[in-house]
Design a protein around this ligand. Sequence first.
Ligand code: NAD
Length: 391
Amino acid sequence: MNTSSALTRRDFTKTTLLAGAALASGALNALAADAPVKRIRTGLIGCGSVSNQYLPQLTKSPFVEVVSLCDIKPERAKRQAERFKVAHHYPHIDAMLAGEPFDFLVDTTDMQEHEKINRRALEAGKHVWSEKPIANSLAAGQKLLQLALKKKLRLWGAPITVQSPQFAFMAKQLAAGKLGRVAAAHADYGHEGPNWSSFFYEKGGGSLPDLAVYNLTSLTGLLGPVKRVSAMLSIVTPERDIREKGKIKVNEEDNAMMLLDHGKGIISHVQSGFNYFNPHGHDGSKETRHTISIVGSAGFMGMVGYDWAPLGVDFATHDHPKLERHVTDAQGYVWQQGAALAAECLVTGKELLATPEHALHVLEIITAARESSANGRRIALNSTFKWPIVS
Ligand SMILES: NC(=O)c1ccc[n+]([C@@H]2O[C@H](COP(=O)([O-])OP(=O)(O)OC[C@H]3O[C@@H](n4cnc5c(N)ncnc54)[C@H](O)[C@@H]3O)[C@@H](O)[C@H]2O)c1
């Protein structure tokens, strides 16, 4: 990371949100000194469920001009274009690329489509923000990254759990050695599974790239790249009812247990799945549990709530053995803002803490977990990323 242009997460989210709020309230003059010189012309492809989360962030960002939308279900692109006042909408990526010019593509299509669409966009000279995963395999993802570098383009992938202030607090305690000799960690995330699209359960879908990806990003971000993976995966619910489709067969894991070796003796455990009833609901705001916990010879840390929307960090050490809650303020962080923050980077030259190398390492863990589960072996990993992640 270019540290001279790096911005702390707190400053980053605050700048973006303040500017966004000023724009929304028409108080642009108040920000004249900081006003961005440019908005990045942006297209979004995939106008389904998550576009309802992305488009409010993108359309209020002072660094973004959303110029076109696309969906192979054209009525969805049309509906979102009307709702978010976007001038152009298209039924296919070919038409989108040939239509209204833009510089930055936000890819929120089905998981299996990302690799192909991200490649098309990079080849056409667009910067890319992709929902997870960036590609279907580490090798394909690395080729995309090479293509981006060759063409002097940027490529990023969700999720952005490393951008939260709670992640920053935990990373800081670890870097300062507050936990003593770090030994073990646990993370879990699940819900009862989406019912609006079948791709979640088809080949290339599954609960690993949809759900475990958050915990894997957080734990590798905190404890470092993984050397080896062991996993057991299963399908608990072999058939699902999908809206507009009816019954479908489930072909990828909806239940996952992974053991990760981070080196230096540190072992973590991640579990996730599409069969998790949660008494606290799905949106994360009422979650009271530690969904990530890390323990060492001299301390314990537990992240309260989901890592994509954390609510605080409980922390105790030998020196301060009473468990106390820290960082209960989101400080502007929301999981939906990744593409808007990436646009800010494109305009200002600042850098995100979330990197494509990290996203690809997590992708390798996912494919290795599948290999391990299939053949009962522990799988060694090849990829790595710049660590520690310090804001
Ligand atoms: N739904 C959420 O709350 C949520 C949250 C975080 C991340 N995500 C991620 O966002 C992505 C999309 O999920 P979703 O829930 O929005 O799914 P979705 O099915 O609601 O939407 C996907 C949209 O992409 C369109 N699409 C598929 N292939 C296309 C193509 N080749 N060209 C153009 N459009 C195409 C589909 O027609 C659909 O409208 C996934 O990677 C998912 O893991 C979703």
